[in-house]
Design a binder for this molecule. Structure first.
Ligand code: NAD
Length: 497
């Protein structure tokens, strides 16, 4: 029997009584690494009840002690970074160096969570009226839940629960059913760090388990990262059940290339940002918008992309690994076929790529289309594969219109040597994360991850100060202390002016 992934409930790693399991396959070999249980309703209820009980004491643990536990956790994550990355690369297919980056980006958020005492400082104004002071305090909400996608199984769970816990909440994590072994290794290290039992619970499953969390009366807030249609369902259902919800969702990220940009930089960055991680990043560049004469660089771009060699997780020379599943590969191949059918020109076609040592692997080779129009399916849909679309416009304002008409607003990049063009672009683009000569502008954790429009539903974003606001509510205290023997005024029957 294959390994069954345990649940983490009430401080114990336990085997689920689930009757339904989802197989976890190595995306290069299709070997079964483990089976993910779909937690039973009783297990979901037990996890939430344990988190609710743990909240009663965790909320009163001094903030500096919560920070110290985070410091232990971050230390263990760093000590075990390679081992986590090893697990991660085998279950996602990511090449090892990229898997290490996934873990590292998560570690940085935990480091940030160690700063929680200063981030939880409220506001105070002395003497707002005679002898009266006002102070605001940040209080945790209670039990929060997180639902995460397959593509960053270390980083994205670490975007969520360390910040929520540092604020004094308890947390129920439902990681992606496609790669649960990485978050479970992280949960073991969390347990080793010595946090009180019940503050973190990990449940497994798919939409059924997510819906139990969305409707559970004891869950106060939901954090979600995943595709836009699922994010819309989560946002609507969570709000309908009167929860606070933040959803970081899908994307179609453009890179605009001005003719005055440095050609070599453009080609190198565009190649890495489009096919790195097999294009399975929510901040991957999927559309290159060439302004004016920069379109002449297309052939060199094609050559550069053709040089990237897909390969296995343990191959140091490989540029990227296979897609997460057969289903993802079939979907990407379907979109490549659709692109050709709808009249885009396929300059580089990765649809027939197979790896000589891993013929069963889910690879798609680097692919490049030109003559793409906004009506085409390949432009309208998020492909989430190693596929770049090239479009050509006359001016920077044409590029801005194209991007602002696209429903997504996660990330965007401009390559130029003109400060004036850059300022005009960053001010007018309707996208929440803008890179100027930076291909993938993901903010470090002391900022927040600020996607816009259909790439985000909610108001407070992931990590940074916004996460502290999301995971807390404000209590405002207005206070006065009477002087001994002070004369008592008659009752006030009107609003004081
Ligand atoms: P997904 O939406 O299929 O799944 C995400 C999570 O939702 C998983 O835990 C899954 O079990 C659950 N889920 C799936 N279908 C559900 C349903 N019908 N009802 C309730 N829950 C459901 O996403 P994925 O394929 O795992 O991840 C890729 C997507 O995530 C891409 O669209 C990518 O752009 C997006 N993403 C966004 C960000 C961001 O920060 N904006 C970051 C990473 C990934």
């Amino acid at each position: 029997m294959q390994t069954r992934v345990p649940l983490y409930i009430d401080g114990s790693f336990t085997e689920s009584a689930a009757t339904r399991h989802i197989p976890n396959l190595n995306p290069a070999t299709q070997l079964n690494l483990a089976n993910t249980p779909c937690a039973t309703p009783d297990e979901v209820n037990r996890a939430v009840a344990s988190a609710k009980q743990a909240f009663e004491t965790w909320k009163d643990v001094p903030v500096i002690d919560r920070a110290r536990l985070m410091m232990k956790f971050v230390h263990l994550l760093k000590q075990n970074q390679d081992e986590i990355a090893e697990i991660l690369s085998q279950e996602t297919g990511k090449i090892f160096a990229d898997a290490k980056g996934d873990v590292w980006r998560g570690i940085e958020v935990v480091e940030h969570a160690c700063n929680i005492p200063s981030m939880m400082m409220g506001e105070t104004v002395e003497n707002v009226a005679r002898d009266i002071d006002t102070s605001s305090y940040m209080h945790p909400l209670g039990v929060c839940a997180g639902i995460t996608p397959f593509n960053f199984p270390a980083m994205i769970p670490l975007w969520m629960f360390p910040m929520a816990l540092a604020c004094g909440n308890t947390f129920v994590l439902k990681p992606s059913e496609q790669d649960p072994l990485t978050p479970m290794r992280i949960a073991q290290l969390f347990d080793e760090a010595g946090f009180p039992k019940g503050v973190l619970q990990v449940l497994h499953g798919d939409r059924e388990q997510v819906d139990m969390l969305l409707t559970h009366p004891d869950i106060k807030a939901i954090s979600f990262v995943g595709s836009a249609p699922v994010g819309q369902h989560i946002y609507r259902t969570g709000a309908q059940h009167l929860k606070r919800v933040q959803c970081m969702t899908g994307a179609k990220n453009h890179m605009v290339i001005m003719p005055d940009a440095d050609k070599k930089q453009v080609i190198s960055h565009l190649t890495g940002a489009s096919v790195g991680a097999a294009g399975q990043r929510c901040m991957a560049i999927s559309v290159a918008v060439f302004v004016g004469e920069s379109a002449q660089w297309l052939d060199e771009l094609k050559d550069s992309m053709a040089e990237v060699k897909p390969g296995a997780w343990n191959d140091e020379a490989a540029g990227y690994g296979p897609l997460i599943s057969r289903g993802s590969r079939d979907r990407v191949l379907g979109l490549l076929a659709k692109g050709k059918e709808e009249g885009a020109q396929c300059l580089l076609d990765g649809s027939s790529f197979t790896h000589p040592d891993f013929p069963e692997g889910n690879w798609v080779g680097p692919s490049l289309f030109s003559n793409v129009t906004p009506e085409m399916t390949i432009y309208r849909e998020e492909i989430f594969g190693p596929v770049l679309l090239a479009m050509q416009v006359e001016t920077i304002d044409d590029a801005l219109k194209l991007i602002n008409d696209n429903p997504y607003g996660n990330g965007v990049s401009l390559f130029t040597n003109s400060g004036g063009a850059a300022r005009h672009f960053q001010r007018n683009v309707q996208v929440g994360q803008v890179g100027i000569n930076i291909p993938i502008p993901v903010p470090l954790p002391f900022f927040s991850f600020t996607g816009w429009r259909n790439s985000f539903y909610g108001d407070q974003h992931a990590y940074g100060k916004q996460a502290v606001r999301f995971y807390t509510e404000t209590k405002t205290v207005i206070s006065r202390w009477f002087h001994h023997g002070e004369e008592v005024q008659g009752p006030n029957l009107t609003i004081q002016m």
